[in-house]
Design a protein around this ligand. Sequence first.
Ligand code: V47
Ligand code: SF4
Length: 351
Amino acid sequence: MKVAKDDERLNTEQGLDLLTRMPLHDLSRMATRAKERLHKNICYYNINRHIDYSNICRCGCRFCSFSRRAGEAGAFELTLDEILEKAAEADRGGASELHIVGGVHPSLPLEFFEEMLARISSRYPSLHLKCFTAVEIDGFARNADLSAESVLERLKKAGLGSIPGGGAEIFSERIRQRLFPNKISADRWLEIHRAAHRCGLPSNATMLYGHIETDEEIIDHLCRLRELQDETGGFQAFIPLAYHPDNNCLGGTKPTGLKSLRVIATARLMLDNIPHIKAYWVMLDVKLAQVALHFGANDLDGTVIEERITHAAGASSPQALTVDRIRHLISETGLEPVERTSLYERRSSPG
Ligand code: V47
Ligand code: SF4
């Protein structure tokens, strides 16, 4: 294998070597060196709260344990007042960010989402609103018969601050046809992020791994993200999402710890133009998330408070972490915990 130099862009073959063959301690060392060039000894976290406004969804992805069809047992839809109450709790708890997502709802109008953002941002102006995956944005555009660009402009005007990375899954057409044929295409997901970046909204990117994908499909996913990032520079963070198999029609098993560490380190090394790699503790569980900080990750995500999507699928992580616990988890790895804003500036929490 030809090992790339520090400043050399890795090709597909080198990516596959990292993911499948490189000895683990070498991989850790290379990924850590790449991370330290950007972030020295720092690991970020934020004080955030997730709000799922509804689980009603018309996509029916086979790996999803969270969604329900309209009218099905377990389907829910929060009212604006209920959402405002959760925002108020987050604001009282010192949060800087709300992460708001839902299924692809068949009928909620764009005005509902505009009002949601406008009411939250006028009452709680210090909360950054990171809301709605590209899949939802596409759904809003279809329901309103508008372009994704106009939807994004309207939501931005109402208070949207950035777009989360969900819904990318894995770009391979083979898997999309088998596991989630009703979801927007890979090209459409990328096009909506391109449109978000064009209208000044930063975004994140994810990749769902550990189901039926091949190693080649993982590397292809990373290359396609890297290509869009070369064009726009709008991705802030990449978050690998470990597949959880309970209560859905796909089943199977969770990826192993070593697979997750290899994916994180490979992402750090392949995605030389995306600054932040998150070890999302909800999906990795806290112990493995700590280890991932020595495999190229530089962000542990946040306090979260209430998480439904992964817990519906059998997550064994807690629902929430306190700031003290997050800081302790980071310090224990020898890194410096730094609270960040949603745009990765340093933040000193009030109080
Ligand atoms: O969009 C669904 C995935 C995503 C399962 O942008 C599953 O900062 C694993 O996108 N097993 C939601 N994953 C999570 C997400 C996210 C989380 C934290 C931070 C950010 C960010 C984004 O979870 C969904 C879907 O891709 N998902 N079902 C499952 N069974
Ligand atoms: Fe719907 Fe998202 Fe679940 Fe797919 S993953 S069924 S789009 S909520």
